[in-house]
Design a binder for this molecule. Structure first.
Ligand code: TXA
Ligand code: MG
Length: 316
């Protein structure tokens, strides 16, 4: 049975007990809702893959609330420590060499020698991890290949019956998933554009950060698979108002107004926060059988938005 409960002291204790006893808890982060289980409980981690219909070769991010937890999971070098100190808690996931001593992490890492770790900034996420006193493995709380959830209702729509408890903490502020950076090579490579901009990373590191285009047939980060963020209706991108067809539901941006507008003022941060919720609305409305999205600039969080909508429009 799935329970949706508002966050308070009592539901926090219940959620922590659920994690400790091997259950699944969906919880808010500043990016999207996560579907969490104890990273060190292989049986619980298996349940995540089953609930999402996710292939077991696709590894999971472990969420931590302290730097001590990082040391339990990974072997961070000085570059990793500097990035973590600067951008955590926040929407940055680091891929690092894993601690080999814990075989319980084999499932979380999908057998890879690396582990992905993130310290989220959402107070509910931090409180839950601290109360459970263990790292929490959590993919986005949606069925595999569907749009990520940015509110508790999205989780319920996608995973009802598959999760023990949904902690309702309102809408996610950032609205796109974390930026994933691979730190296991000499270059700093973004595997998935996300809630932390490439510009912010480059400014801090004082050097160019590479953007992995990925090989869709051999993804380093399975989030690179082309058909990943799939809405239920055919979707076109880079559509200006003059190109719009009558049967298309139009998601606008800036002066290109539509049925919805990601950001009337043309702000990519505001647009990211609205993106998944608008895509949910677009695919559940019944007046238009198709979706069209306005062009979005490729700077700031626009990079993450364009990555997601490109995949949403992919005709495989
Ligand atoms: O914002 C986020 O990152 C959210 C919240 C809940 O934290 N989580 C999230 O998880 O988006 P998920 O599983 O939906 O996407 C994580 C991506 C996947 O594409 C996975 O393949 C990749 O990260 N990944 C995880 N661990 C990895 C590893 N060790 N090496 C390479 N890629 C990894
Ligand atoms: Mg996901």
């Amino acid at each position: 049975m799935t329970e949706i409960r508002a966050f308070n002291d009592e539901t926090l204790a219940l959620a922590a007990t659920t994690i400790r006893s091997g259950g699944l808890v969906a919880f808010p982060t500043e990016t999207v809702y996560g579907l969490g289980a104890d990273s060190f409980n292989a049986k619980a981690v298996t349940q995540i893959f089953a609930a999402k219909g996710r292939p077991s070769f696709n590894p999971l991010i472990s969420h931590i609330s302290s730097f001590e937890m990082l040391e339990d999971l990974a072997v961070p070098d000085s570059r990793a420590q500097a990035l973590a100190k600067k951008f955590w808690p926040g929407p940055l996931t680091l891929i690092l060499p894993r601690r080999q001593s814990h075989s319980a992490l084999d499932l979380v890492c999908a057998g890879l020698p690396n582990i992905s770790v993130r310290m989220p900034s959402h107070p509910i996420a931090l409180a839950l991890i601290t109360a459970a006193a263990t790292p929490i493995a959590a993919p986005s709380a949606n069925r595999s290949q569907t749009i990520s959830p940015t509110c508790a209702q999205h989780v319920a729509d996608s995973l009802f019956g598959q999760v023990d408890l949904i902690l309702d903490g309102g809408a996610c502020k950032i609205g796109v998933e974390s930026t994933i950076v691979n730190l296991t090579t000499k270059d700093t490579v973004i595997l998935r554009a996300g809630g932390l901009s490439k510009e912010a990373l480059e400014e801090f590191l004082g050097e160019k950060v590479l953007l992995s285009q990925g090989n869709p047939n051999l993804p380093t980060s399975p989030g690179q698979m082309l058909k990943h963020y799939a809405p239920r209706l055919p979707t076109r991108i880079n559509v200006t108002p003059s190109m719009l067809a009558e049967d298309e539901f139009y998601i606008g941006f800036g002066v290109m107004d539509g049925n919805l507008n990601l950001s009337p003022s043309g702000d990519t941060t505001e647009a990211a926060a609205n993106l998944f919720s608008f895509m949910h609305q677009a695919e559940t409305q019944t007046l238009h059988p198709k979706i069209a999205i306005a062009p979005i600039p490729d700077y700031g969080l626009g990079l993450a938005i364009n990555d997601r909508i490109k995949r949403a429009s992919y005709q495989g």
